[in-house]
Design a protein around this ligand. Sequence first.
Ligand code: 5RP
Length: 223
Amino acid sequence: MTQDEMKQAVAQAAVDYIKPRLGQDSIVGVGTGSTANCFIDALAEIKHLFEAAVASSDATAERLKGHGIQVYDLNSVNELEVYVDGADEFDPRLHLVKGGGGALTREKIVAAVAKEFVCIVDSSKQVDLLGAFPLPVEVIPMARSQVARALVKMDGMPVWREGFVTDNGNCILDVYDLEILDPKQLEAELNNIVGVVTNGLFAQRGADLILMGTEQGVETLKY
Ligand code: 5RP
């Protein structure tokens, strides 16, 4: 199976997984990225089974609408049945690094409202220890240098994703060389730096379930 085929297989597996959980008034949270795009395309086939979706980015909202799926503002929703999204890395405890596509803040907010977080990945995202993928940190533009200095003090090597602006109008620092031994602790520490909007560690609210595409088929992982 190619990587693309794995993405399509996990996307379909996610649709099969959520289908029995959906009712006519269910709202589905939808992530961002190439794997999430495969999920959106598969989700369109069952759009008659749920009410609407909440999107974690403008790009996702556009793709959902393109399929005729209603998109609600998160503020008009009390609860999401499920949130489905990809990841850049995941560890054995289902902690994640996300934000390769720069949508980390909205992804974290939507995930926080969901009853269940189903993460869809191909096997290249599986690691023992998080941190080989540079950790994205969303930063208020005027705080970019101040946050970068704080990250260097934490032994990280921040690189400004130049030219990239998030859906919230902010910038991203990709942080290399961080030793992520305690993901929950580091997630909290990074969020405490003045000027940080959020960071791409999803440890305090990690995934509940991972559907991983492999050469042999889709594996289901829980912790
Ligand atoms: C976007 C994300 C994506 O979920 C992550 O980058 C994985 O993307 P892809 O499915 O394209 O590999 O966090 O902000």
